[in-house]
Ligand binder design. Sequence first.
Ligand SMILES: *Cc1c(COP(=O)(O)O)cnc(C)c1O
Length: 391
Amino acid sequence: MEERKFETDAIRAQTDRTQYREHSVPLYLTSSFVFEDAEQARALFADEIPGNIYTRFSNPNNTEFIQKLCLLEGAEDGIATASGMAAMYISMASLLKAGDHILASRSVFGSTHQILNMIFPKFNISHTYADVSDPSSWEGKIQPNTKMIFVETPSNPALDIIDLEWLGKLANKHNLILNVDNCFATPYLQNPMKWGAHLVTHSATKFIDGQGRVIGGAVVGKRELIKEVRFFARHTGPSMSPFNAWVLSKSLETLAVRMDRHCNNALQLARHLQSHDEVLVVKYPFLESHPQHELAKKQMRFGGGVVTFEVKGGIERGRKFLNSLKMLSHSANLGDTRSIATHPASTTHSKLTDQERAAVGITPGLIRVSVGLENVQDIIQDIEQAISNSK
Ligand SMILES: *Cc1c(COP(=O)(O)O)cnc(C)c1O
């Protein structure tokens, strides 16, 4: 039989039904599960048999969500977490110890920078940043104590693309764990495991939820690594709530159709802005002008739902532009049905220094638009009027 396609797996990968034979997955809002007898309780705690004990360890909704995500990512096993940052943190903290070193892309999410810069040094875990624009420098930055490579592609908000096939080979050559934050692409657009990644991390808050409702995250990957991550999570407690898992599992069913529209709208917006007199730079992975356009086309199905651009006139114009928007939301989320505009320099990446921001491509007037599912003509029209009214 031919392998089932992504859209079908996202909808039909199904768990057991209860005695009621419900069509949709029920919500298991329970903190613990009842043992059959003393022997079963012992065997469950000894990991001799599968089953649920306590929702901090596992819950049918979390299992259903994560098994589906694993199938879509091509991963062996995984764990759902309370937020994307919990996923980033435990994917590193569970597998590293004092004295270890991480080679990280400089283009990573703001809070990931804070973990590397401010939190891990307390535990004597060090890092070196490498630049996406200079791949030849990466191998020389690997130290004898380097254990992991952490990257984000496309990155938030610079939309830098990293060659996953090259990085997979580099990681395997040096016996390092390759950990990829796949939040912007989602499993529909890109599967890092296919290119040699060992772990894939997600903020499920963004396009996976897709409707701006819940916070969540996931770590998926190689079985032996996830075993360590699961042990760490079970005892430190960053588990996803069953309600959020239930919401997110339903969201996966519509991920493909939503991403098709997000990507289509984003490409049309990017093309429109590219020829605009008042716009300095437009960045979008599937625009021919993107510096890593060929690479994006090689490893991604479409270009994603985020476009960045710089309106002429620097930080002041950027602020005026945001204040002139009538329909687009000015909010700190992305991946919603509703288009959202953000100013990274004063919000998500405000904790970085000017120099650090410049190094990751965040210019003072940079605007990030998470292109929603509204009619693209209405999105373009609102952005047009805000450009005119912010002069
Ligand atoms: C939002 C985001 C995160 C953090 O996820 P939360 O769910 O907000 O904790 C991590 N990485 C990327 C690329 C993100 O966009």
